[in-house]
Design a protein around this ligand. Structure first.
Ligand code: URA
Length: 229
């Protein structure tokens, strides 16, 4: 990584402030003054600012119980971003691994590790997501087979990938899908003539929403949860 970027990652400094300090000869890399902002440094490099060793911030991994009326975006729109719920430094440097609609509640994973989130969101990885769905009309047994075979969503070229539907009550079910198309669950139920009235995500891959987290609460993931992705 470039030295100026490294300094920004380890401090509150902007890129131009980091460059200024470099110019002043205040940065040492492995014991030598380094003035080139483009010099390459590595996680294990000893980088010091005015004698103080900078430590590379470790990636952060968070689960959040998303309430209604906030959005999975880094910018506020009609609703505020879910990132406001994280009362931590630089919350807006994080990104959301798999969005939920403003009116959907449940498990949201937040990180600054792009490779990790790619394994959740890439369509090629087929990461399973489980939703608890309440519908306006009774869910027929035939829906199990239809979702398994794939349904045609409007304005999509291909059928949806095989999904697992478990009917829990007349108008309640668990649906596990491995895709993340726009409004996918709502559109799947619309495709079989029903309407989702309440949607809640319970699980992503092997990571389940912690039942101790109330709406709007969050915690860091455990090492085991991080490694499961
Ligand atoms: N499918 C939807 O329709 N909405 C969501 O928020 C997530 C999946």
């Amino acid at each position: 990584m470039r030295l100026d970027k490294y300094i920004c990652r380890c401090t509150e400094l902007s890129r131009s402030e980091a460059k200024k300090l470099l110019k002043q000869g205040l940065i040492k890399v492995n014991g030598e003054i380094e003035k080139d902002p483009g010099a390459q440094v590595y996680e294990e490099s000893d980088v010091r600012l005015d004698g103080r060793q900078l430590s590379f911030a470790k990636a952060r991994y968070i689960m959040l119980h998303k309430p209604m009326d906030c959005i999975c975006s880094n910018v506020d729109e009609l609703y505020p971003s879910v990132l406001h719920l994280l009362e931590i430094d630089r919350a807006f440097d994080l990104h959301i691994a798999g969005r939920l609609d403003a009116d959907t509640t449940g498990l949201v994973l937040v990180t600054d590790d792009g490779q990790w989130s790619h394994r959740i969101t890439s369509p090629k990885k087929l990461c399973a997501k489980r939703y608890r769905v309440q519908t306006s009309k009774p869910i027929p047994e035939s829906a199990i087979e239809r979702f398994k075979d794939g349904v045609q969503l409007q304005n999509e070229k291909n059928l949806t990938k095989p999904a697992i539907l478990e009917i829990l009550a007349e108008k309640e079910a668990l649906l596990t899908i491995t895709e993340g198309k726009y409004h996918q669950v709502k559109r799947m139920f619309a495709a079989i003539g029903n309407r989702v009235v309440d949607l809640h995500r319970e699980q992503i891959g092997e990571i389940e929403l912690d039942p101790d987290l109330g709406l709007g609460e969050w915690r860091y993931l455990t090492e085991q949860e991080i490694a499961s992705v």
